[in-house]
Design a protein around this ligand. Structure first.
Ligand SMILES: [Zn+2]
Ligand SMILES: [Zn+2]
Length: 214
């Protein structure tokens, strides 16, 4: 079997399917893809919306509720309190599987007709309404994938940080600004891939530094 050049049905760019890909598709009995790898990746990632939030009315108590689901999806969204409550019965939305109908059609039907929780926020998120995929935070704002943080703003993938702003992939740090991919930093700004640094600014790939600059 030879490699084949195909045109993506979505972006119209060409992409290659290698012989071993064809063998794999044959093995799992699916047709070769019609979309290029990048378009396929984008389509898969649309399942996780961390940062775009929308106001809607809770489908049960009707109060204004923040959600990660765009209103044009027409999903039934319940606020967190309602969704975890006994005010509704999930089994009321159960249905028989119809073997004569395509699976994804039925998947879409159950998805649009079954209530969904507004955001992925678990347990004790105190004063952290504008966060998503977040657990055990206090006074955090517009931060996503945040776990066990306090006073963390405009950050993403942050874990047990305190008083940090504009950080990404930062762990167990305090008083930091624009730290990208680091851990155990204190009172430091503009650090990239640096860890265990104290009172530092503008560092790249540094470890265990104090009062370092540029
Ligand atoms: Zn494409
Ligand atoms: Zn509600």
């Amino acid at each position: 079997m030879n490699s084949e050049i195909k045109q993506c049905q979505n972006c119209k760019n060409s992409f290659v399917i290698e012989p071993e890909d064809f063998l794999f598709y044959e093995k799992i009995r699916v047709p070769p893809p019609t979309w290029c790898p990048e378009c396929r990746l984008i389509r898969r990632l649309t399942w996780r919306n961390e940062r775009s939030l929308y106001w809607i009315k809770c489908g049960l108590c009707k109060k204004d509720t923040l959600t990660m689901h765009p209103p044009e999806n027409n999903f039934i969204i319940y606020c967190r309190e309602c969704w975890y409550s006994d005010k509704w019965e999930p089994f009321d939305f159960a249905r028989e599987y119809n073997f004569s109908k395509p699976f994804f059609l039925q998947w879409k039907e159950i998805l649009t007709n079954t209530p969904q929780v507004n955001l992925w926020t678990l347990r004790n998120n105190i004063g952290s309404d504008f966060t998503n995929y977040s657990v055990d935070n206090k006074n955090c704002y517009l931060s996503y994938s945040a776990v066990g943080c306090e006073n963390v703003f405009y950050s993403q993938a942050v874990d047990k940080d305190n008083d940090c702003f504009d950080c990404t992939y930062l762990k167990t740090s305090e008083l930091c600004y624009e730290n990208l991919n680091g851990s155990n930093n204190y009172n430091s700004m503009f650090l990239i891939r640096s860890r265990d640094c104290v009172d530092c600014e503008f560092l790249f790939d540094c470890s265990n530094c104090q009062n370092c600059f540029w």
